[in-house]
Design a protein around this ligand. Structure first.
Ligand code: NAD
Ligand code: PRE
Length: 311
């Protein structure tokens, strides 16, 4: 619990897994004075009120924004531009506007042009989630020990960045700052490509249909089951991710396909040494992640070839 709330009023635009988790965590830690939420449907708004996590639920994004010190867009990446346009005239002078989108280049491109000069725009991406969505799926512990990446545009007020950093730290996250371009490249390999592979493999198994469907269900306690969890993730969210981070995902997919060809060739040629060497290397990577307590939490942001200065 923080001594003084970091922000007077927090407005959450969109109340699903991430908006709901922020509300729960911020409430639990006393990070904000008041939480106002909005959601598109009357049914969701009623459910949010029933959950008792926020102080007020309002009908429109504009109403939620009025008087808020921190406004966080918790909607799919593809909806960020239109939401920014709606809320822009209602933003309080000096307010911080942020988001939680899984892609940063497109979000900056779509939101920034709508915002008045007297507010601070600090985009963010908490690298934490599950395959669930909707108002009931959130939980207060989601961000604990997870990374939250901030991608402030050049010239952003340093004090605003510090205040948002303090907010994410207070709800348990570790904060890193990078450019949107570098973020999108890192996440293409650590998050977006794995989802594309999971969506593919589960679809492929399904298409085998008649022949194996009963076996797929029956024996899915193994590796396949882990893929089905990821492939159950929200279709709208992931459609938007692949449409807006297309270039970086296609670049990573190119490298992935080359590596898959190398393993395929080793298998075809009966090159056990190549397979063994590869699997030994990947096992060490997994063990290294678990050892430093970053199991599924934190990629090494420095390892990709792209130079942050250049992006
Ligand atoms: N799910 C994850 O694992 C995860 C993790 C980190 C970041 N994110 C990002 O967080 C954002 C929200 O994802 P989520 O998992 O909370 O999704 P969710 O589906 O659980 O919630 C999304 C909310 O946005 C609302 N919404 C959808 N379209 C809207 C629109 N056009 N205008 C206003 N509201 C709209 C929905 O009604 C819902 O309340 C996405 O940008 C996603 O990329 C997701
Ligand atoms: O664990 C999961 O279910 C997730 O997919 C979470 C995950 C990820 O790929 O790590 C998914 C998308 C987000 O942008 C951040 C986190």
């Amino acid at each position: 619990m923080t001594a003084e709330p970091l922000f007077g009023r927090l407005a959450l635009i969109g109340f699903g897994l991430i908006g709901g988790s922020i509300a729960r965590a911020a409430r639990m830690r006393g990070v904000v004075g008041e939480i106002v939420a909005t959601a598109r449907s009357a049914k969701t708004r009623a459910r949010v009120m029933e959950l008792g996590i926020v102080d007020r639920v309002v009908d429109t994004n504009a109403e939620a924004t009025d008087g808020a010190d921190l406004v966080i867009l918790c909607v799919p990446v593809g909806a960020c531009g239109s939401v920014a346009q709606q809320i822009a005239p209602h933003l309080k002078r000096g307010a911080i506007v942020s988001d939680v989108g899984s892609v940063k280049g497109a979000v900056v491109r779509d939101i920034a042009p709508h915002l008045p000069a007297e507010v601070h725009f600090v985009p963010a991406h908490p690298v934490a989630g599950t395959e669930h969505s909707g108002p009931d799926s959130g939980f207060a512990e989601l961000f604990i020990n997870r990374w939250c990446i901030l991608t402030p545009p050049d010239g952003t007020d340093a004090a605003a960045v510090d205040r948002l950093r303090a907010f994410w730290t207070a709800i348990g996250a570790r904060v890193e700052i990078m450019t949107p371009k570098h973020h999108d490249l890192v996440l293409a390999i650590t998050s977006h490509l794995p989802h594309l592979i999971a969506y593919t493999i589960v679809g492929t198994a399904d298409e085998l249909g008649e022949v194996t469907s009963s076996e797929v269900m029956k024996f899915s306690a193994g590796g396949f089951r882990d893929f089905t969890r990821i492939a159950a993730s929200d279709p709208t969210m992931w459609r938007d991710v692949f449409l807006t981070n297309k270039d970086a995902v296609l670049e990573m997919l190119g490298t992935f396909n080359e590596d898959l060809s190398k393993l395929t060739r080793a298998m075809r040629r009966g090159d056990g040494e190549a397979l063994f060497e590869h699997f030994t290397r990947t096992r060490a990577i997994r063990r290294g992640i678990v050892e430093i307590g970053q199991d599924s939490a934190a990629p090494d942001f420095g390892r990709l070839q792209t130079d942050v200065q250049k992006t």
